[in-house]
Design a protein. Structure first.
Length: 328
């Protein structure tokens, strides 16, 4: 596959996953505004902005301003409108590599966001608009699986989707556990305690509340939440699940390109998956959880760099070597 095509597929998928994640965070926060006091609401918006690597401003208690910043502000590269526009532009550049149905869906999503104003969304149905963004991204992913050949390009799309998701989940866990555990007493686990709604918000921000309840019931214990979002092998939002999907995608890409030895990206993601397979949550929490999650994000960054070095921005001599291996 041409490096240009791989690059566009990679970023198209990452931007769409980022837009869906941001829409869900905003939707959860707006819903929880109805159930929390002003101070609690302010803290939740601060947590949201920190998880997106944005500095909370003095206007963080103004839900309208924060929502506009994260949804329609085109000067913010992480806003929903910016992410959807960037995803569409990457799709346009490789129009011949994706199906007509994929192109139509991403166009519909782009026009839907572009034609909606902040006032229309805010004074209309914010939940309906944000749900349409999430559904639009999910529909694109489903259309991709149903209409695109499951070859190298499809594996690149899945690889970048789960890389983006792993980084987002790690950031959310880091921010929430640093902030909430510092204000919560060891006995504050039941629904009558102040941080119950915040823990529920974390799970809903990862689309994992119902799945968590099926495993642990509705008791919000921080160690159970951390274990579910970090180490659960079956939850599609857990970091362990994402690492497994990334490893599978990289192995399939290597098989498609006839690469005989594991690439650097495969080695890094293999180490990440191995640690998540065997680590214990009590050891993680009793140690330095922030450092643990920082290490996960650092490894995700290394995976990104290795993907670029191997498949996208590799030097010409490596390209000749890869071509020779493929023809051998």
């Amino acid at each position: 596959m041409l490096s240009r095509v791989a690059d566009s597929l990679y970023w198209m998928s990452r931007y769409l996953e980022r837009a869906e994640h941001t829409a869900r965070l905003i939707d959860v926060n707006l819903h929880q505004m109805l159930e929390q006091t002003g101070m609690d609401t302010t803290m939740r918006w601060e947590l949201l902005l920190k998880s997106l690597h944005m500095s909370p401003s003095e206007e963080v208690n103004d839900a309208y301003i924060v929502t506009e910043l994260l949804t329609f502000n085109q000067s913010n590269p992480s806003s929903i409108v910016s992410c959807v526009a960037a995803a569409r532009e990457n799709a346009r550049q490789i129009r011949e590599q994706i199906s007509s149905e994929m192109w139509e869906q991403i166009n519909q999503l782009y026009l839907h966001v572009k034609d909606t104003t902040m006032a229309e969304m805010w004074f209309g149905e914010p939940h309906q608009f944000l749900s349409s963004i999430k559904a639009g991204v999910h529909l694109f992913q489903g259309i991709t699986d149903a209409t695109m050949s499951h070859s190298e390009g499809w594996h690149f799309i899945r690889l970048s989707r789960f890389l983006e998701r792993a980084m987002a989940t790690a950031s959310l866990l880091d921010v929430y556990f640093r902030e909430l555990l510092s204000t919560q007493q060891p006995s504050e686990h039941d629904s009558g305690q102040p941080n119950y709604l915040n823990w529920v918000g974390l799970l809903r921000s990862c689309a994992a509340f119902e799945a968590y309840c099926k495993v642990y019931t509705a008791v919000m214990q921080p160690d159970h939440i951390a274990e579910f979002l970090l180490l659960n092998a079956e939850s599609p939002r857990s970091i362990r699940f994402c690492a497994a999907m990334m490893q599978t995608a990289l192995q399939n890409i290597a098989h498609t390109t006839n690469t005989r030895s594991p690439s650097k990206a495969e080695r890094v993601v293999g180490r990440l998956r191995a640690s998540l397979d065997y680590d214990q949550i009590d050891e993680i929490i009793s140690g330095d959880m922030h450092a643990y999650l920082e290490n996960i994000r650092r490894q995700c960054g290394q995976i990104h760099e290795a993907i670029y070095q191997t498949y996208i921005s590799y030097p010409i001599d490596m390209a000749i070597t890869l071509r020779g291996a493929a023809q051998a």
